[in-house]
Design a binder for this molecule. Structure first.
Ligand code: DAH
Length: 364
């Protein structure tokens, strides 16, 4: 019996002395494990004289249970304490200012396109997409542009090699579209009136490359088709759009013009948003005798527009020119960006010079 007490005391001392979970585990294995002295004693009980077997068995089991309970308690305490230490050591200081990450911004052209889209979404229009590589049919024929029209000439329009047989007179020849108006027929074929859509995108022309022209630029097309639309609706829509774009109501004037796909066709000018139509330089601008934005004109040419030609409506089933009318216009997105941000050369938009790009930190 004295043996058991001694074993229990030794075991207890080692368990108490443990200061880490690992120490405690080691002490448990040493004293209470399969080859621990207490366990061996109990296992060999049958070798004892019969009168000792009862008391040793009982005493040994009690001691083992007590020690196990003690070890379990102490194990939990040590584990808690160790977790505390770890939590304190590995704490993240959320009040530390983060390392600054270089942040990109949207390109000024994307900002401008999104602004235009937002304005038209606000007026109930849908933004649609259309291909840049287009057939001559969608590009010209469907837009009432006759064979022989200068725009169909390969010196003005990029034709896709191998698909350019009969360029200028073959509906299947493939072109890089020269205007976003090509989206008109594609949209009409997919839906029935009423139709209110805008389509922003790239267009390509074999223009000379100078400060105001590039062989690729961006337009946004608007197309509205409904019963009873008139030129007054077109003008009202343009006025509303430009008031939102330039922040305040501005006069709009329509000048007669010609486009094959509209009748009548107009060019829309907007009163200069900088001098408000006076043509005078901004107060304090002594270096200029006239408004720099409109060059003293008082007006800015802003878009081509018109009432959709009945011939165009007649191209698609479900668009009866006797029942519905429509208006359309096309505006240069690059030009709007240049006007709003006052930079002189359209090509700056496509050169990716960071000194330019960084001047327009729009929202990402
Ligand atoms: N597509 C014409 C251009 O590129 C612009 C235009 C004029 C679009 C009249 C239209 C329109 O929708 O009705 O010059």
């Amino acid at each position: 019996m004295a043996d058991i007490e001694q074993l229990a005391r030794d075991a207890r001392a080692d368990l108490e002395a443990a200061t880490t979970v690992a120490d405690l585990e080691a002490a448990k294995i040493k004293h209470l494990g399969k080859s621990g002295p207490l366990v061996l004693l109990l296992r060999n009980i049958k070798d004892l004289p019969p009168e000792q077997r009862g008391p040793v068995g009982k005493g040994g089991n009690i001691a083992r249970k007590e020690l196990e309970a003690f070890a379990a308690d102490k194990g939990a305490q040590l584990a808690d304490a160790e977790l505390d230490v770890r939590l304190r050591r590995e704490v993240v200081d959320v009040s530390l200012p983060p390392r600054a990450m270089p942040q990109g911004t949207l390109h000024v052209l994307t900002q401008t396109r999104r602004l235009l889209e937002d304005i038209f979404l606000g007026m109930g229009y849908q933004v649609i997409d259309a291909p840049e590589v287009e057939s001559e049919w969608y590009g010209f024929t469907a837009l009432n542009t006759p064979v022989g029209h200068p725009a169909r000439n390969p010196s003005d329009t990029f034709y896709i090699e191998g698909r350019d047989q009969g360029a200028g007179a073959n509906d299947d020849a493939l072109i890089l579209r020269t205007q976003t108006s090509t989206a008109q027929l594609r949209t009409m074929q997919k839906s029935t009136p009423p139709l209110y859509v805008v389509h922003p995108g790239r267009v390509y022309r074999r223009d000379d490359i100078d400060a105001t022209h590039s062989d690729m630029f961006h337009q946004m097309e608007a197309l509205a088709i409904h019963e009873g639309l008139t030129l007054a609706d077109l003008k009202g829509t343009i006025e509303q759009f430009l008031a939102t774009l330039f922040g305040g109501r501005l006069e709009v004037r329509l000048r007669t013009h010609f486009f094959p796909f509209t009748e009548p066709s107009v060019e829309a000018d907007v009163q200069c948003f900088s001098c408000r139509g006076t043509g005078d330089p901004l107060p304090g601008d002594e270096d200029s005798e006239r408004c720099r934005v409109c060059r003293g004109e008082g007006w800015i040419e802003i878009m081509g527009a018109g009432m959709v030609d009945p011939n165009v409506l007649g191209m698609v089933e479900g668009y009866d020119p006797d029942k519905v009318t429509g208006f359309a216009f096309g505006i240069g997105i690059d030009r709007v960006a240049m006007l709003r941000h006052d930079f002189p050369d359209l090509r700056l938009l496509f050169q990716n010079d960071l000194r330019f790009v960084r001047q327009f930190p729009g929202r990402p």
